[in-house]
Design a protein around this ligand. Structure first.
Ligand code: CA
Length: 227
C-alpha cells in the first residue's frame, strides 16, 4: 500500500515514514501544501496523511482542491489542536478521518488500516484465500495455520494481491501501490518478488494461490483463473 505523507515537521515526518516503511508501506513525503497537492495529482496513493497547518497551502485547502478535482483517495488529517472546530472543518473539506497530535504510531496504523479496508470494501481485518491468512495490522501471514516469514516488500505485494483477490493485478498496479516514486519501473523486480513469494506461499501446497497471467499480470485465487 502506498502513502503520501504531507507534513512540514521534518522529525515527525521521518519518524512516521520510518515506521510505515518497516510495516511494508511505500511512503512519499511532501513538506508543504503545494508539493503535496502536486504529488497527490501525479501519483497513485491508497491513503494521504495530511497535516492541517502547512506552509504555502493549508491541509484544508489541499483537501478541498483534491475533492473538487474528483480525487477520491482516502485522506487522514492530522491536527495539532483538539478543538472540535478544526475537526469539523477538516471533515467538511472532504477528509475521511482525523487524528490529533501527538498520537501513538499504533493508532495511526489502525486508522490507516480502517481507511484501506473501506477503500477496498473489506469488512474484516483478516484477509483470507483458501487456507492463507494475512493480517495487515499484526503483519502476520499463515498458510494452513503455519506462520510464514516475509520481507516488508514481499508482504506489501501479497497484501495488494489479497486485497484484490480473484482480480487481475497488473505489474503497473503493483509498482504504483508498493514502491515510492524513486522506483525504476523498467526493472523486472516485480517478477523476482513474485517468484520468492510463490516459493514461500505455494511450495508443497496442493492448491496453488499465486497465478501469473502472461502479458496481463498476477492474481491470487483458489480457483482456476479465467480472464
Ligand atoms: Ca504542520
Amino acid at each position: 500500500m502506498r502513502i503520501l505523507l504531507i507534513e512540514d515537521e521534518k522529525r515527525l515526518s521521518h519518524f512516521v515514514k520510518k515506521g510505515l516503511t518497516e510495516n511494508g508501506f511505500a511512503v512519499d513525503q511532501a513538506f508543504d501544501g503545494e508539493e503535496g497537492l502536486y504529488l497527490a495529482q501525479q501519483e497513485t496513493y491508497d491513503v494521504i496523511i495530511l497535516d492541517v497547518m502547512l506552509p504555502k497551502m493549508s491541509g484544508v485547502e489541499v483537501c478541498k482542491k483534491l475533492r473538487s478535482l474528483k480525487k477520491e483517495t482516502a485522506i487522514l488529517m492530522l491536527t495539532a489542536k483538539s478543538e472540535l472546530e478544526d475537526k469539523i472543518e477538516g471533515l467538511d473539506s472532504g477528509a475521511d478521518d482525523y487524528l490529533t497530535k501527538p498520537f501513538e504510531f499504533a493508532e495511526l496504523k489502525s486508522r490507516i488500516n480502517a481507511l484501506l479496508r473501506r477503500s477496498y470494501h473489506q469488512v474484516s481485518n483478516n484477509l483470507t484465500v483458501d487456507n492463507l491468512e494475512v493480517d495487515p495490522l499484526k503483519h502476520t501471514v499463515f498458510r494452513n495455520k503455519k506462520p510464514i516469514k516475509l520481507t516488508p516488500k514481499e508482504f506489501a505485494i501479497l497484501e495488494q494481491l489479497i486485497r484484490q483477490k480473484q482480480e487481475v493485478v497488473t505489474r503497473t498496479q503493483i509498482i504504483e501501490h508498493v514502491w515510492d516514486y524513486n522506483f525504476d519501473s523498467l526493472s523486472n523486480v516485480v517478477d523476482v518478488f513474485i517468484g520468492t513469494l510463490r516459493k514461500k506461499i505455494d511450495k508443497g501446497e496442493k492448491v496453488k494461490l499465486i497465478h501469473t497471467l502472461h502479458g496481463v499480470g498476477y492474481m491470487i485465487t483458489d480457483k482456476k483463473p479465467k480472464i
